[in-house]
Design a protein around this ligand. Structure first.
Ligand code: BES
Ligand code: MN
Ligand code: MN
Length: 463
C-alpha cells in the first residue's frame, strides 16, 4: 500500500483545491432559494467521483435534492464497501458572526489546529469528511491497490432529515448490495486521542402551537383576564423537566436501555476534562440529568430541548400586546431502544393533556430517526481499529456520540448492511455554528487511515 500513501502525499495540494471548489458552493438544503446551488454541488460531486476513478456515476433526482451515486466494481466475488456521506450543509446564519465569509474557504491556524484548519460551512460536516473518501479511493484506484469494489452514495438532504433517501434505499436494494457502509460524518476525541463512534442518538422533532384569544389584544385592556399563550407555553415547557432534570412525559424512559455499571466504568475511562469543557463554552457550571456525568448526558441518556420559541412582538422598541399565538420547536434526542414514533406520540398526548382550558394547542411531528449502536466485535470494527492504530500510532477508543444521522438505522433495516463510523472531526470544529472548520491534520490523516481500513476489512472478510 506504499504507492497509495505516496499518491496521497503527492496530490495533497490538488485534494485541498478540489475540496475548496465544493466548499464554495452554498449547498444549503433547508432553504429553497439555494435549490440550484444544491443541484450544482451534486454535479460537482459526480464530476469528482468520475475523476477519482468511478466507472459508473449517476445523479438520482428525488422530490427533494438529488442523490449522487458512483461505483467501481473490480470483481463481483470481492467484498463491496459502500461509502455514505452528504454534500448538503446547514445554513450559515448567524452570518455576521463569521470571521470570513462562510462559502469562501480559507486556512487559519487555531490553538487546537496549529497546522491550520479549513474554515468554511461544510468543511467538517460533511464535505471535508466525505471528500477524504473520494481522494483515498482515487489514490488506491490510480495506484492499482484498490482491494475491493466501492460504491458511493452521497446525498443532499441529511441536514433536513434525509427525507427521500429512505425511499431511494427501498427502490435500489440491488444497486446497493454491499458488505459494509462506511461513514465519516462524526468525530473523534482529540487529534492525539483517536476514537471510533459506536453509537448515535435518535431524534424526535416536534413543533407546537399554542393559541389564546382569536387576535392580538391590548395588554392593558385584556392583560390578566385572558391567557397569554407565550406565558402558558413557557410554563408548559418548563414542566417537561423535574428538579432532577428528568423528563416528565409519562412513559418516556420505558424503552431506554440501561447500561451496566461495568460498561459505564469502561466509558468513563475516555479522557474528558470538565474544566476545559466549561472554559470552551464560557459557562460557570454544567447542567443535566441527576446521577449522570456530562459524557453520559451527551451520549447514553435521552434529552429534550427547545430549539426555537417565538410569538408576540420582537421588533424594535416596545409594543404592549397579548399575542394570539405562541410557537416552539422541540427536539428529543433518543437512545437505544427508544422509538421515535412512540416518543412523538407520547409527547403529543402529554403536551395536549397539560394544556389549560384557556388555550388550544396543536402538536405536529417533523422528521425523526432511530438511534444506532454498532458492535465492537465485528470485523468492520476490527478493521477500523487497525486502521486508526496504523495511522495514529494509538489504539482508538470506542465512544458513543450524542449526535444523530437518522438514515443509518435504515441502512440495516432496509438494506441489511451494517455501518462503521470512522469520523475525524472534533467537537470543537463548530459544525452547525459560525466559523465551522476542519483541521488540515484531520483531512490528511483521514485520507491516510481509510486505505488501511479497506485492506484490513478485505483481509478479514476472507477469513
Ligand atoms: N454529522 C452530523 C451528526 C453528527 C455530528 C454525529 C457529530 C456525531 C458527531 C449530522 O450532519 C447532523 O447534523 N445531524 C443532525 C440530524 C439531522 C436530522 C438534522 C443532528 O444531529 O442534529
Ligand atoms: Mn453530517
Ligand atoms: Mn450536520
Amino acid at each position: 500500500m506504499k504507492k497509495t500513501q505516496e499518491y496521497l502525499q503527492n496530490e495533497k495540494n490538488r485534494f485541498l483545491n478540489d475540496l475548496f471548489e465544493l466548499l464554495r458552493i452554498p449547498s444549503i438544503s433547508a432553504d429553497p432559494s439555494y435549490k440550484t446551488d444544491v443541484a450544482k454541488c451534486a454535479e460537482k460531486v459526480e464530476y469528482f467521483l468520475k475523476n477519482a476513478g468511478c466507472e459508473l456515476t449517476q445523479i438520482f433526482p428525488t422530490n427533494g435534492h438529488p442523490i449522487v451515486y458512483g461505483e467501481k466494481i473490480i470483481d463481483k466475488e470481492l467484498p463491496t464497501v459502500i461509502v455514505y456521506g452528504h454534500y448538503d450543509v446547514q445554513p450559515a446564519d448567524p452570518i455576521e458572526l463569521w470571521e470570513n465569509p462562510a462559502f469562501e474557504p480559507i486556512i487559519k491556524k487555531t490553538e487546537i489546529h496549529p497546522d491550520g484548519a479549513i474554515f468554511a460551512r461544510g468543511s467538517c460536516d460533511d464535505k471535508g469528511q466525505f471528500f477524504m473518501h473520494v481522494n483515498a479511493f482515487e489514490a488506491m484506484s490510480k495506484s492499482n491497490e484498490l482491494p475491493c469494489n466501492v460504491k458511493f452514495m452521497i446525498e443532499g438532504e441529511e441536514e433536513v432529515g434525509s427525507e427521500h433517501l429512505g425511499q431511494f434505499l427501498q427502490e435500489n436494494k440491488v444497486l446497493l448490495t454491499g458488505d459494509i457502509i462506511l461513514v465519516s460524518d462524526t468525530g473523534m476525541l482529540a487529534n492525539d486521542t483517536p476514537s471510533i463512534t459506536t453509537g448515535l442518538r435518535g431524534l424526535s422533532y416536534m413543533e407546537v402551537e399554542v393559541t389564546g384569544p382569536n387576535r392580538d389584544l391590548h395588554s392593558g385592556l385584556y392583560g390578566g383576564c385572558v391567557a397569554n399563550p407565550i406565558n402558558i407555553l413557557c410554563s408548559m415547557i418548563s414542566s417537561l423537566h423535574d428538579e432532577n432534570q428528568h423528563i416528565t412525559i409519562p412513559g418516556f424512559y420505558d424503552q431506554v436501555l440501561e447500561i451496566s455499571d461495568e460498561e459505564r466504568k469502561e466509558m468513563a475511562k475516555a479522557p474528558f476534562s470538565i474544566d476545559h469543557y466549561k472554559k470552551a463554552l464560557d459557562i460557570n457550571e454544567v447542567h443535566g440529568e441527576k446521577g449522570f456525568s456530562t459524557m453520559e448526558r451527551a451520549s447514553i441518556r435521552p434529552t429534550l430541548d427547545v430549539n426555537g420559541i417565538w410569538g408576540g412582538y420582537t421588533g424594535e422598541g416596545a409594543k404592549t400586546v397579548i399575542p394570539s399565538k405562541a410557537y416552539a420547536k422541540i427536539s428529543m434526542r433518543l437512545v437505544p431502544n427508544q422509538d421515535p414514533e412512540t416518543i412523538s406520540a407520547l409527547f403529543q398526548k402529554h403536551f395536549e393533556s397539560i394544556a389549560p382550558k384557556s388555550v388550544k394547542v396543536k402538536v405536529t411531528a417533523h422528521h425523526g430517526g432511530y438511534p444506532v449502536l454498532t458492535p465492537i466485535d465485528s470485523i468492520a470494527y476490527q478493521a477500523a481499529s487497525f486502521a486508526y492504530e496504523k495511522a495514529f500510532n494509538k489504539k482508538p477508543i470506542p465512544v458513543r456520540s450524542g449526535g444523530s444521522i437518522p438514515i443509518i438505522a435504515l441502512f440495516e433495516k432496509v438494506l441489511g448492511v451494517k455501518t462503521i463510523m470512522m469520523g475525524f472531526g472534533l467537537d470543537s470544529d463548530a459544525i452547525h455554528s459560525p466559523n465551522e472548520h476542519y483541521g488540515l491534520f484531520n483531512y490528511y490523516k483521514g485520507m491516510e487511515t481509510i486505505p488501511y481500513f479497506y485492506h484490513k476489512f478485505v483481509e478479514l472478510c476472507k477469513k
